[in-house]
Design a protein around this ligand. Structure first.
Ligand code: ARG
Length: 485
């Protein structure tokens, strides 16, 4: 690189070692000494925000293009800084844990800039022109989140595929449908499985919506008042893949609404996983025995040799609480903050990263558990007791012209007699209908689970044909033959 820049030699031209220490702090000039170690320990965010190093470099690469277009940098300076940033990227990519542990910089922005001073000492000092860490960190975090949503979407689809495949195998498997956790009416096992598919479908929509709101570019807002150089923010938006630019610099550096939305969307995913998990814990117990977990997703007891525990599902149930905690915690951080950037906002990243990592670990394990589940057809069918046909019996009477309220009353009385006498509801119904019922009603038709299910063929119902339509609809919502990743 030839030294073409005019004006005095940039300060960054000093030997890297000489500048390294002050550059660990980007704001050292007006301070007499280094921060107290306990202050540094509290204030430093590098251990958390280091995972945004790629986004930080991407933001800086775009920023120098905008500075050059604004006439702030020469073409040579721009390319020198860009090459320096690429070298910094390669270095960080190769960094192992000890390298990160040895870096004492305040945050990822300080670290990247310090390394840039090592890689491009002549020009590095010009990178931060017109920019603040306030608009920089908001940009980096949004970029990170935009990628994270894509990753989560893929993980959710993994679970949706597991549910779909099980549902396809079990359209004709009959089981009790529950309300109030009391046996209510017979349903297809596929109908139950798919009842856990659709909440995840809504989660994906919610995450995509949260991503849309994250994809608004704050860069070019400076610390609070905007950028005094004529940077083209639309150009920046294009380069970085954002959808729009923020309209107000004060709001741009302070807005974390999109973080709250993402945290909510993620905690709702967690809530859905916890409900699926609870179903599976129950259904896997000896008392239900509807499902059996694969050995690969069960754990043993150190004391009781016979135990096979559904730990993965219990953890799924518990993690929802942690996710909700992150949401509540961060909402409380936001509440009552004054305008503009405040350091409180640094707490957005632990909340986001923790929530993301939780789901990132959870979703594949839940998908594996569901995918390898064995559903016991006969245990499911055996749990359908005759009282569950009480509605079908009433419906039969309705078909014979009895008003529903009256039919409900009549069948209710029969159920009570059956409970008190110990006689079967089916036998009682046959007798009752023979003596008092409308002539052509055959009560045995009501007591057949397959027929009961078949009758519920309106859209969204549990009849095999309706479930097959639903499966087609569900298949269309996920990427075909999704392999994970
Ligand atoms: N580490 C900070 C954060 O995550 C970066 C922004 C710091 N800005 C400041 N004015 N101190 O929020």
């Amino acid at each position: 690189m030839t030294a073409m820049a005019s004006g005095p030699a940039p300060r960054g031209a000093q030997a890297p070692d000489a500048v390294a220490e002050p550059l660990r702090r980007l704001w050292g000039g007006r301070f007499g000494g280094s921060p107290a170690p306990e202050m540094d320990r509290l204030n430093r965010s590098l251990p958390v925000d280091r995972r945004m190093w790629r986004e930080d470099i991407a933001g800086s690469l775009a920023w120098v293009v905008a500075l050059r277009a604004a006439g702030v940098l020469t073409a040579e300076e721009e390319s020198e800084i860009r090459m320096g940033l690429h070298r910094v990227g390669r270095r960080l990519d190769a960094w192992a844990e000890p390298d990160w542990a040895a870096a004492s910089d305040e945050d990822i922005h300080s670290l990247v800039e310090r390394l840039l001073h090592e890689e491009a000492p002549r020009v590095a000092g010009k990178l931060h022109t017109g920019r603040s860490r306030n608009d920089q960190v908001a940009t980096d975090t949004r970029l990170w989140a935009m990628n994270a949503v894509h990753a989560l979407d893929a993980r959710i689809q993994l679970l949706q595929h597991a549910l779909l495949e099980q549902a396809e195998r079990h359209v004709d498997t009959l089981m009790p449908g529950y309300t109030h956790l009391q046996r209510a009416q017979p349903i297809s096992a596929a109908q139950w499985l798919l009842s856990h598919f659709w909440p995840l479908d809504r989660d994906r929509e919610r995450l995509a919506d949260a991503r849309r709101r994250a994809a608004v570019l704050p860069l070019g807002s400076g610390a609070v008042a905007g950028c005094p150089f004529p940077v083209d923010r639309v150009l920046l938006k294009e380069i970085l893949g954002f959808r729009a630019i923020t309209p107000n610099s004060v709001d741009a550096v302070a807005d974390r609404d999109w973080v709250a939305e993402l945290l909510f969307a993620m905690s709702l995913v967690g809530t859905h996983l916890s409900r699926l998990a609870e179903d599976l814990v129950l259904f896997g117990s000896a008392e239900f025995g509807f499902v059996r977990f694969s050995d690969r997703y069960s754990t043993g007891s150190s004391l009781m040799p016979q135990k096979r525990n559904p730990d993965a599902m219990e953890l799924a149930r518990a993690k929802a609480g942690r996710l909700l905690g992150e949401l509540m915690g961060f909402m409380t951080v936001l509440k009552g903050l004054p305008s503009g950037y405040n350091k409180d906002l640094q707490e957005d990243k632990p909340a986001l990263f923790q929530s993301f990592d939780t789901l990132d670990a959870l979703l594949p394990a839940v998908a594996g558990t569901v995918g390898t589940l064995e559903i016991d057809r006969s245990r499911c069918a055996d749990a359908i007791d005759p009282a569950m046909f009480a509605t079908d019996l009433a419906d039969l009477l309705v078909h014979a012209g009895v008003p529903f309220r009256e039919a409900h009353e009549q069948v209710g009385r029969l159920v009570r007699v059956a409970e008190e006498s110990g006689d079967s509801l089916a036998a009682l119904a046959t007798a009752a209908l023979a003596s008092t019922g409308p002539g052509d009603v055959r009560s045995d038709e009501a007591f057949d689970a397959a027929r009961s299910v078949e009758r519920r063929s309106a859209h969204g119902g549990t009849a095999p044909e309706a479930v097959r339509d639903q499966l087609v609809q569900a298949r269309a919502r996920v990427r075909p033959a999704y392999e994970g990743g």
